[in-house]
Design a protein. Sequence first.
Length: 185
Amino acid sequence: MMSAALTSTAALLILVAWSWAQVSEYTKRLAPYVPSPPEIVEKMLDAAELKPGEVLYDLGSGDGRVLIAAAKKYKAKAVGIEISPKLVKLAQQRIRQEGLQDQCRVIQGDIREVNLSDADVVVLYLLTSSNELLRPNLERQLKPGARVVSHDFEVRGWRPIRVIEVPAHGRTHQIYVYRVPESRQ
């Protein structure tokens, strides 16, 4: 009897530990993976006024489509931060296929822990609550004049310099464009 109780208790503890590990991994994800349609990617990069040689960060870069478009069309240096190992591998494969290894790189990691101080443009397709979590890092690390472009979800507390509405795939997408002020108070 005692052995069965110990076995049941051990099994329950293993199940609880496994469940906690799953919850812990999930909480690192600030948004589900939903790829931006190509026409939205293009409008976001146009809205960012991305210039050749500028550095773009895509936080939650998924399959790398924003990085590839930024490097190919705008000749930008593009850095993606992605937590999913599978998506990192997919993005790296796509970058290699396009021959853009010198212009693009993908880092597997938590977007809350990345240093953005060299970014000229930051692209987001996260939830508003996730943007809110990132806001202090963006405010602390981004240089004056840097642009933040968010697909569909605003950065609360910031005033966009423009909001672009783009009809695509049966709905209207919003692109919020922000610029870090030249002087901070």
